[in-house]
Design a protein around this ligand. Structure first.
Ligand code: KIV
Length: 276
């Protein structure tokens, strides 16, 4: 069973942390079988599983349905629930209550984006209450409008120092790790080397303590857009499409179902039926 100690142990022993997203029971089962270190039920599911344009419209109640499904499928992985937009931004009490709902739904920890006094207080209250928190800095999709769009972060030494300062505050407040999204590899390296807690990179190069990507992106299942930092390990979209076209053709040409996929009526009943 993986815990927050697994993350720190892996960082301290220089073994990379491998994380992926999952939103449903069967994907969680596969990730668990592969002994993935951590599963994020990311708010990316708003686009990938629900077809929204961005992450703004997913609610805490919707997130809970997916966390419950993943926690039924993954018995050994460490499950992190992504706190959706406006589920923790109003008050510390609101954030704590919603983080608690994620734990009750089966998550082992929660992830929050950004770093300000409100977020730092919330992280302290969560960790004091037994809720581990993963931070998220660099490009933070929930702050996309104030960041001025989907832009690479930490491109100058001043900006890198600001991200490092925030990361240290998250560490101090009790985060067990921090996601670094969309920044040059050397920026993430500098931040990683100056923190005690592990960094989990996404589009942040090879020097982070670990990596996370959206499973549907690397498996070639979600094809609306593919970020530059994605490597495809399979092409599930085409595999599924080919299989479905073959099924359709076999139904139309009456090659499916065959006797093999059918149930037999016994001979006596068959004879009776023909006399009706
Ligand atoms: O929502 C998400 O999937 C994320 C990434 C870090 C993978 O936040």
């Amino acid at each position: 069973m993986k815990t927050i100690s697994t993350f720190q142990r892996l960082k301290d022993s220089n073994e990379k942390i491998a994380m992926l997203t999952a939103y449903d029971y069967s994907t969680a089962q596969v990730l668990d079988k592969a002994e993935i270190d951590g599963i994020l039920v990311g708010d990316s599911l708003a686009m990938v599983a629900l077809g929204y344009e961005n992450t703004y419209n997913i609610t805490i109640d919707e997130m809970l349905i997916f966390i419950k499904a993943v926690s039924r499928g993954a018995k050994n992985s460490f499950i992190i629930g992504d706190m959706p937009f406006m589920s923790y931004n109003l008050t510390v009490e609101q954030g704590l209550e919603n983080a608690g709902k994620m734990i009750k739904a089966g998550a082992n920890a929660v992830k929050l984006e950004g770093c300000n006094e409100h977020i730092l207080t919330l992280i302290r209250r969560c960790t004091e209450s037994g809720i581990p928190v993963l931070g998220h800095l660099g490009f933070t999709p929930q702050l996309m409008n104030t960041l001025g769009g989907h832009k690479i972060q930490g491109k100058t030494s001043d900006k890198i120092e600001i991200i490092l300062e925030s990361a240290k505050k998250l560490e101090q407040a009790g985060c067990f790790g921090v996601v670094l999204e969309l920044m040059p590899a050397d920026s993430a390296k500098y931040i990683t080397e100056n923190l005690k807690i592990p960094t989990i990179g996404i589009g942040a190069g090879k020097y982070c303590s670990g990596q996370i990507v959206v499973t549907d992106d690397i498996m070639g299942k979600f094809t609306d857009f593919t970020p530059k930092f994605i490597k495809k390990y399979a092409n599930l979209h085409d595999t599924v499409l080919n299989g479905i076209q073959e099924y359709k053709n076999e139904v139309k040409s009456e090659r499916f179902p065959t006797e093999k996929e059918s149930f037999e009526l016994d001979e006596k009943e068959k004879a009776k039926l023909s006399e009706l």
